[in-house]
Design a protein around this ligand. Structure first.
Ligand SMILES: Cc1cc2nc3c(=O)[nH]c(=O)nc-3n(C[C@H](O)[C@H](O)[C@H](O)COP(=O)(O)OP(=O)(O)OC[C@H]3O[C@@H](n4cnc5c(N)ncnc54)[C@H](O)[C@@H]3O)c2cc1C
Length: 419
């Protein structure tokens, strides 16, 4: 080792942004990025690729807004086509104009606007049900191509000296002078500082150093279908149903589900948050209703049974024409699953771990695409001992659980902002 070596375990979007901001700040650093597979091929490849600055909690709002600013900087530097960042907004729709969509004071924020007039709603969004009484719109929001952004940042980091290694981290030993990272390729990599950016496997790697992180992995999924009836206009904003609902099954379906224990949940209330957006030549849909924790993440995450049918049924509540696809789902149907790796309060883990020279960037749940730039930049600041940290950093510090006052404040938050 000729100079200080920093090894980043995991080349998802969090590991790549960390490498990028480290080397952007100091291109003399020796940074090595290790991944078992191709960069960006695990959770990041499952992202719905949506971003928004509105969050129920101020720290998350500042974090997301800063990340969007950093993405805009990249867009300005590398051009509009670099990763197709578009500001098409988020529309939360509700059938009940009196029910608040967000239950926090920030709901009055300048970043959102509300439409309560049914005629305006129908005029502007004719595909929505006539029963929609309210739209709450997040203005600073939209979609992007996270693979393109990640590959761009990887390329730029490589130009500044980043080395990328393919290999699975099997074990990590610590001595007085460095860490020895053992790969399945039989190589041993030495590092002075270690960044764990392993997505759903963050605990698996942390455990190699006897560090336990308070995270859980929850399987979530999306699917894409063609839209032969052109139900969803290509410029439709990311549209989210803000109401919980019971699905409108037929009497026969209800009897069938009632008879089988494994289907009982289909008769229970489903949460708000079903989302729909146009995708190249089709429709992308998701609904993070699963709450069951997966004990060990799977490298091939399984898909949930009947997921497309459930989502189409729920979506027809606010986009009625989608009912036409329920029993005749257009093909090819592309269904994919990944994990929301999250803490209980749904704040990320970014910064130094309890062991010196070990840093974490993860638990980015369902906002890791939109939050990646701010997360990577923050992690790099800790590694570079930059004391100019943003206000939100203390809420995301991995050792926050030792601060009772802070934890009391965090635990008082009523919504975790998950979609
Ligand atoms: C269905 C779904 C939809 C989503 N939609 C959105 C969205 O619309 N907007 C948004 O902002 N976010 C969204 N997200 C969240 C976002 O995708 C994630 O937060 C983000 O991709 C996490 O990135 P990561 O780098 O932490 O993890 P990952 O992308 O999983 O990267 C971790 C990397 O570590 C590597 N690794 C793990 N263990 C080892 C090991 N032992 N050795 C070597 N390498 C290892 C893996 O191969 C992987 O490449 C969504 C997530 C899911 C699942």
């Amino acid at each position: 080792m000729n100079s200080k070596t920093i090894v980043i375990c995991g080349a998802g979007i969090a590991g790549i942004t960390t490498a990028y901001y480290l080397l952007k700040n100091d291109n003399k650093l020796n940074v090595i990025l290790i991944d078992k597979n191709q960069p960006l091929s695990f959770t990041t490849s499952k992202s719905g690729e949506n971003f928004r600055d509105f969050w129920p909690q101020p720290c998350m709002m500042q974090f997301a807004a800063h990340s969007i600013r950093l993405m805009k900087d990249l867009k300005n530097e590398y051009g509009d086509d670099a990763f197709k960042m578009t500001f098409s907004g988020y529309n939360f729709v509700s059938l009940d104009k009196d029910k608040p969509v967000f239950s926090t004071p920030q709901a009055t924020s300048e970043s959102i606007e509300e439409i309560r007039d049914r005629a305006t709603i129908q005029n502007n969004y004719p595909y929505l049900s006539e029963q929609v009484e309210k739209i709450v719109r997040i203005k600073n929001a939209g979609g992007m191509d996270v693979y393109a952004m990640g590959m761009l940042m990887l390329k730029e980091a490589r130009k500044r000296g980043l080395k990328v290694l393919e290999g699975e981290v099997l074990a990590i030993r610590k001595s007085d002078t460095d860490f020895q990272i053992h790969l399945n390729t039989k190589a041993t990599i030495h590092a002075h500082q270690l960044v764990i950016a392993a997505g759903p496997f963050i605990n698996y790697i942390a455990n190699m150093l006897d560090i336990q992180l308070p995270i859980e992995n929850i399987l979530q999924q999306k699917f894409i279908i063609p839209d032969p009836k052109n139900i969803i206009p290509p410029d439709m904003p990311f549209t989210i149903f803000a109401d919980a609902q019971y699905l409108d099954w037929s009497a026969e379906e209800k009897d069938f589900f009632a008879a089988e224990k494994k289907y009982h949940h289909l008769l229970e209330e489903f949460p708000a948050g079903l989302h729909v957006r146009p995708d190249t030549g089709g429709i992308k849909m998701g609904w993070a209703f699963n709450t069951t924790t997966s004990k060990l993440p799977d490298w091939e995450p399984p898909t949930l049974e009947l997921f497309p049918q459930i989502v189409l049924k729920g979506a027809s509540r606010f986009i009625p024409q989608l009912a036409e696809y329920e029993n005749d789902i257009p093909t090819p149907l592309i269904q994919y699953a990944g994990y929301y790796t999250r803490t209980k309060e749904n704040y990320p883990l970014i910064g130094p771990a309890e062991m010196p020279n070990v840093f974490l960037v993860g638990a980015l749940a369902g906002y890791g695409t939109m939050g990646a730039c701010a997360a990577g930049q923050l992690c790099s600041k800790y590694i570079l001992s930059d004391s100019n940290l943003p206000d939100y950093s203390r809420y995301f510090h991995p050792l926050r659980y030792q601060n009772q006052v802070l934890m009391q404040e965090i635990n008082e938050s009523q919504s975790d902002g998950q979609l």
